[in-house]
Design a protein around this ligand. Structure first.
Ligand code: ZN
Length: 374
């Protein structure tokens, strides 16, 4: 992956290139933010840049031997650790590397939830287990194969098994030479403060609408009409835009489902919500994430409508519902519902049990409505 393959975030690209040019490469770095903001693709582009034999001022060359190997995620100095559902105590992430490569190459913007769906390990809670952490630390104590630098890319370090983060910390405090630990985290608040304080952190903001449109149109090859709609809905998140794009035909399913869900929550009709949870459970994680994202979009639109009385591109069905809805909730309630949806999104893109997560969000929404009734 090259920097040019990564959506927007040009200030981060510039920062990384500058530090590389000056030879100041921190040996322990954290790319922190939502997966859909591009933390993993940026990490891969950065590693490719650092290993490239002929990097320019703007990007890796894309065709040298090192670039070709990194692009296939098969460079011998690029090591991965990622959460997975271990079969037993000795099972390590490396045993799933082939699947992981295929998954990342196909969907670099995806989440650990997407990975679970891909590897059909949906029932078991994935972790970076002790055996994996031990194995990577051993591996990193060796010299780089090709002499330059070696990388340990830790995806979702917040899922390292309890206790093992200390081992990692020790390695980071006394790093082997020519070794870079690159941690790509969705929830840095879950990392140990002592570990966090050792890391050079880059926070990833939302992708700007303009950059997202450019990516969807030019990299993902979507039609202009669809690009506009997705940019409107995805709120600067590439993964969400792509999953909503894949779920276009599902949007027709989402609206009535969302409407019924909100009505049930408003009336605190528990039985109805449980029925909806059953349906929700049957969807894949991608669709479930798309649904929460769609909900966020509708509530945002309701807020816009409240303040400006105008609506952007929505369907007639959505319009008549939104008009009523925005009249019946105040901004505090809407904000509180959005927070519940955000949490649901985080849960599903992580490893939460889907039906439980859905019911949790439903209860939060009950509460939000109740708040507004007083
Ligand atoms: Zn190159």
């Amino acid at each position: 992956m090259q920097f040019s393959d990564v959506a927007g975030q040009s200030h981060i690209k510039q920062l990384l290139i500058r530090s590389a040019k000056q030879g100041r490469i921190p040996h322990a770095q954290l790319f922190s933010g939502k997966h859909g903001h591009g933390t993993l693709p940026m990490a891969l582009a950065y590693i490719q840049y650092l290993l490239c034999e002929e990097p320019s001022e703007l990007d890796s060359c894309g065709h040298c031997a090192a670039c070709r190997k990194v692009a296939k995620l098969s460079h011998p100095d690029l090591h991965f650790a990622f959460p997975f559902a271990a079969k037993d105590d000795k099972d390590i992430a490396k045993n799933y590397l082939e699947d992981f490569r295929e998954f990342v190459l196909k969907s670099p913007y995806s989440s650990v939830g997407g990975w679970q769906e891909f590897s059909s390990a949906d029932t078991k809670r994935p972790t970076i287990n002790s055996a994996t952490t031990k194995a990577i630390l051993t591996e990193m104590s060796q010299k780089p194969y090709e002499g330059k630098l070696q990388f340990m890319l830790l995806w979702y370090p917040e899922m390292i098994t309890h206790g093992m983060a200390n081992r990692l910390l020790k390695s980071i405090e006394e790093p082997p030479p020519n070794t870079v630990f690159l941690l790509v985290s969705e929830e840095e608040g879950k990392l140990m403060p002592t570990l966090l304080s050792r890391l050079q952190t880059i926070a990833f903001p939302k992708v700007k609408d303009f950059d997202l449109a450019d990516y969807l149109g030019n990299k993902a090859g979507l039609e202009l009409e669809q690009v506009r709609e997705l940019v409107n809905m995805a709120d600067g998140d590439v993964d969400q835009a792509l999953s909503l794009g894949n779920a276009q035909e599902q949007l027709a399913v989402f609206f009535p489902f969302f409407r019924d869900w909100m009505r049930g929550a408003y009336m605190a009709a528990f039985h109805e919500s449980v029925e909806l949870a059953e349906t929700f459970q049957k969807w894949g994680r991608t669709q479930q994430m798309g649904f929460f994202q769609y909900g966020l979009y509708l509530i945002r639109e309701a807020l816009v409508f409240r303040s400006s009385n105008s609506l952007s591109r929505i369907t007639e069905m959505e319009r008549s519902w939104l008009e009523k809805f925005s009249g019946s909730v105040n901004p505090a309630v809407a904000e509180s519902i959005m927070e519940a949806l955000e949490n649901g999104l985080k849960g599903i893109s992580g490893n939460a049990h889907q039906k439980t997560e859905f019911m949790g969000v439903t209860i939060d929404i009950y509460r939000s409505f109740k708040l507004g009734k007083h």
